[in-house]
Structure formats: structure tokens, C-alpha cells
Design a protein. Structure first.
Length: 404
């Protein structure tokens, strides 16, 4: 082969049903990481059964596809030997004309993921499946082997630079959030509370918890479509309405679960560092609903400023108390009950003093929040650039092997 050809996947791969290797390492497939050892991640809560004789053997170079999440890009060419659930598709290369590194990039490009989405079958996202009969008919651009390797080398270098930038910005965001907490805490420490022994439940007038139907992985348009807030909507003490997933058309929305202006939104399930994160809804979002991992508290506005309470809940003292009450088998997914949140101590000064504190804190953290927003946007743009670069290289929009 001397020129790039569009070749059907079934000419390059064949299903492998090789099983009964119970002593091999268990592997998992991630949308962001591809095929990796399950033990290398702490955020995989799928329990491996005691009997894994029906698990499928994966050899280095095999393509592993999560049939249920292929439409989200959950697949990859494995660098590891191990076993995966029999619910996955393990595809073994049948041609000497493919580079595993190239195929890993090409098969996870935007163009290909769009093909998986079109060919997946099922009534709603939670039931969508991609089977080999449909997947095998997809055509993939396949340049000569040496050019595949050059293209993979090029992408390895370019993506390493992008990933380094992303990690640097993520570290910056962490530092800025720590600074934000320090500024807020120092301002609070300058205030003498009116009473001691008061708890959050003494100023709460109502509690709403959401629901978590199967949703699309992308955010809603914010106008015509309904959406469910994601767990991270309250992270960092700032309400993030864009942290949502679009509700499928066949799901009936629940208007009684819509967040309201002034709601104190608290995460009930998250990582150890973020569980119990609190933020105030400061806008109107008539089609944005709570998930079951979020609580929304109505407060008595004659006694408590919701923003003041959110600031208090973000201080090291309260974060420490939340950490003591949180439970969970894994640090990556902790839970805190409604009762535990309601019983958190919240010592409140006079209402006008609360307003003054909120004003002073906002004056000091406005610049910090702006920097956080800018860094998060840069991370988002870098991730988009990463995906676009892979797609452009694979589809020939850039001559990657000449660039290399």
C-alpha cells in the first residue's frame, strides 16, 4: 500500500473470544485514557467478580471496545496484556499494515466517535450498544505503515506538550482555590459570631434533592433543552451552571427539581476533597435540574445570607468536619448524608454583618475567580485543541508526517 486508503475495520480486525485466563491482570477501558490496568485507577467502582473465567484475554495491540460507551469514545488499542469483561469487544488485528499507536489515535478521533454514535442501537443512551456487525463496516483512513508511525510520533510529541500545559493550569487552579479559601477564612475570622452552638438546620426552611436519569454526555444549550447538573456544579464555592448533561428527549423533565435563585447547593457525593462543596445559585435557570448527588437548601433570609453560609462551609474548619462525617469505600467517591450537613455548626453574626463580610470577601476574591475562570477556559480550549489535532492529523487535514 503506497497511498492512504479508506478501509473497513472488518478488514483490519477480527473478534477474539479467547477466554479462561483467570490469573491475568484485569484491565479497564476509559474514554480519556484508553486501556489501562484497573488497579491503576481509584475511580473505578465496578466490582470484579470472583469468577473471571469468562473474561476475555487482551494482548498488546488488541482493540478493546466498551460496547455500551463506544459512542462516548470509550475504546482503545491496548499496550497491556490482561483480561476484560466479556461485555467488552476484544478485536485482534488481522493485518500487518496497521500500527497500534496510529490506530489508537485514529479510532478515538472525533470523526470515528461520531460514526460509533450513529451506528449504536438502543432506545436511549443508557441502552445504546455498538456491535461489531455495525462497527466493522466503518471505514478508517489508513496511510502506509511508515507514515502511520510518523504520524503517531508527531501526535505523541504534540499531545505531550498540550498535556503538560493542561497539568500546569490545573495546578494553578488548585493554588488559586487555596488562596481563595485563605482570603475568605481570614475575613471570617475578623467577625465575632452572634451565637454559638447554632447549626445549619436552624436556618434551613426546605431541602430539595435531585434525580439522575441517563443523560447525554454533552451540556444542554441552556435555552430549549433540559439538563441535569453534574456533581461538580458546586466545586470551588462557585455555582457552575455549565456543569450539566442534556436530558434525552424521551425523558420527562421534573420542574420541581429545578434549581432556584438563592438555593444553597451542596454536593453530597464527590471526592474526599470536594464532597460537601457548597455554592449559591445567583441566577435563573428554568430548565436546569438537580442530580441526586446534590442537595439544594432554602434558607431563612431573615437569619442567614446564603453566600455567607457557603463561605463558612468552605473554610478549613468546616471542611474538616465534613471530612469526618463523609463515608465511602474509596477516597474518590465519598458521601455525606443530609442529616450530617444539616447538623453542621454555623455560627452566625447579625444579618447586616453577614452582608458586610460577603461584600468584603467578594471584593478580595473577584480577581482570583477571574484567574480561575481564565485558567479553566484555557484547560478546556487545550482539550479541544488536543481532540481537533488528532482528528486533523488522522483525516489528512494536516500533513503530520511532513511536520514530524
Amino acid at each position: 500500500m503506497t497511498a492512504t486508503q479508506d478501509i473497513r475495520l472488518k478488514r483490519l480486525y477480527s473478534p477474539s473470544g479467547e477466554a479462561n485466563h483467570p490469573d491475568e491482570e484485569v484491565l479497564s477501558v476509559y474514554r480519556d485514557h484508553g486501556v489501562i490496568p484497573k488497579s491503576s485507577r481509584s475511580d473505578n467502582f465496578n466490582k470484579t467478580p470472583e469468577n473471571v473465567e469468562r473474561y476475555l484475554l487482551v494482548r498488546p495491540g488488541d482493540l478493546v471496545v466498551n460496547r455500551m460507551k463506544a459512542w462516548q469514545g470509550s475504546l482503545g488499542v491496548s499496550e497491556y496484556r490482561g483480561i476484560v469483561s466479556g461485555d467488552y469487544e476484544v478485536l485482534r488485528p488481522t493485518s500487518d499494515s496497521v500500527s497500534g499507536r496510529y490506530m489508537h489515535y485514529a479510532l478515538r478521533s472525533r470523526h470515528m466517535v461520531g460514526e460509533y454514535r450513529v451506528r449504536s442501537t438502543g432506545i436511549r443512551p443508557s441502552q445504546w450498544r455498538l456491535y461489531w456487525d455495525q462497527m466493522g463496516d466503518i471505514r478508517i483512513p489508513l496511510p502506509p505503515l511508515e507514515k502511520q508511525r510518523q504520524l503517531a510520533d508527531y501526535l505523541d510529541r504534540e499531545i505531550a506538550q498540550i498535556d503538560t500545559l493542561i497539568k500546569e493550569q490545573q495546578r494553578l487552579v488548585e493554588m488559586l482555590r487555596e488562596r481563595r479559601v485563605a482570603v475568605s477564612t481570614a475575613t471570617l475570622d475578623s467577625v465575632t459570631p452572634l451565637t454559638n452552638g447554632q447549626r445549619l438546620k436552624h436556618v434551613v426552611t426546605g431541602v430539595t434533592q435531585g434525580w439522575s436519569p441517563q443523560c447525554y454526555p454533552w451540556p444542554a444549550d441552556g435555552v430549549e433543552t433540559w439538563a441535569i447538573l453534574k456533581t461538580g456544579a458546586a466545586n470551588g464555592g462557585v455555582f457552575r451552571p455549565h456543569e450539566n448533561k442534556e436530558l434525552p428527549e424521551d425523558q420527562e423533565p421534573r420542574p420541581d427539581r429545578v434549581v432556584q435563585r438563592g438555593h444553597l447547593v451542596v454536593s453530597r457525593a464527590n471526592t474526599r476533597d470536594l464532597v460537601g462543596s457548597a455554592a449559591v445559585v445567583e441566577g435563573d435557570f428554568p430548565r436546569l435540574m438537580l442530580s441526586d448527588k446534590l442537595y439544594a437548601f432554602d434558607l431563612d433570609k431573615t437569619k442567614a445570607d446564603p453566600v455567607y453560609v457557603a463561605i463558612v462551609l468552605g473554610t478549613p474548619r468546616l471542611r474538616g468536619l465534613i471530612g469526618l462525617e463523609a463515608t465511602g469505600a474509596s477516597p474518590s467517591m465519598q458521601n455525606i448524608s443530609q442529616d450530617d450537613i444539616l447538623n453542621l455548626p454555623i455560627d452566625l453574626p447579625e444579618l447586616d454583618v453577614q452582608h458586610q463580610v460577603v461584600s468584603r470577601v467578594r471584593e478580595q476574591i473577584t480577581r482570583i475567580d477571574t484567574l480561575i475562570t481564565e485558567s479553566e477556559r484555557l484547560i478546556e480550549l487545550s482539550q479541544e485543541r488536543r481532540a481537533a489535532l488528532i482528528t486533523a492529523a488522522v483525516t489528512g487535514q494536516i500533513n503530520a508526517w511532513q511536520e514530524s
